[in-house]
Design a protein around this ligand. Sequence first.
Ligand code: URA
Ligand code: SF4
Length: 311
Amino acid sequence: MTEAERRSALEAVAADVRICTRCRLHEGRTRAVPGEGHPSTEVVFVGEGPGANEDREGRPFVGRAGDLLVKLLATIGWRRDEVFITNVVKCRPPENRDPEPDEIAACLPYLQRQLEILDPALIVTLGRHSLGRFRPGARIGQTHGTSAPVDPASGARDALGYALYHPAAALRSTDVERQTFDDVAGIPGALLAARARRDEEGARIAAASAPSAPSAAAVAPSALAAAPSAALAPSVISAPRLAHAPKRSPEGVEHPERGVDAVAEGASAGSRSPASSANGAADIERAAASGSATDDRLDPRADETGQLFAF
Ligand code: URA
Ligand code: SF4
């Protein structure tokens, strides 16, 4: 798909979302919030559902949690318009309650379509509800700051998922906030790992389709560098990359530019050290857990920001 095709396919999903009545959440919405971002990005951020500000504006993450998300992205040199940002449910649950399982199920086809179109290398899940879509059974307290392949049934055919606490949880607890800044530092490394997986897959496909069928080992490196693009999975090489991403020269050599290049020095800089992961983990778990939907309803800030229910 070309960028223009992706853009119009995403717009078609958004148009369906705006008039959707598949679940009861449509009754209370002001505006549905389909999501937004760069149609050729490699990275999709998935939150839980719109809050009050999002419901008013029809855009994801525009309140305090959104401000924090922008700050978090800035620490790795990324901007929100370089990624795609959306939610598990596209309409605001009343009183910022958790979305019900039947609401999530009704809305999932939209997220699936978005992911099929975007075909991201990396999905950053924001909070436990989003995590649950991509890494079923995973617990946020144990998985934040780590990546794992996502279920292709999610719509993302070949992506790594990277787990973060929800920014709203970080707004409530300085421990969670500190941990989240730490975890975000691991995102560029996760993107490199995700690309490497996809490049391996591309090389495998190229090797399999090579006419003389030499050994895969002999073909793989040159296939990556020189095979005609049609031989590789199209998105591996044809999708324009994020502005910060290493670009491919005509020879296929990667030139680190801003953002991801930091990882070359230390993919480990982003991953939690055993010490920091052990450190205060129980406290953070407690702090994150204390932000239950029940607490949110009692929290005066929830009405004001509309975002505190979700992580
Ligand atoms: N919280 C979410 O999960 N999504 C938004 O869009 C805003 C706040
Ligand atoms: Fe439709 Fe999703 Fe909104 Fe429910 S939450 S009405 S399924 S767009």
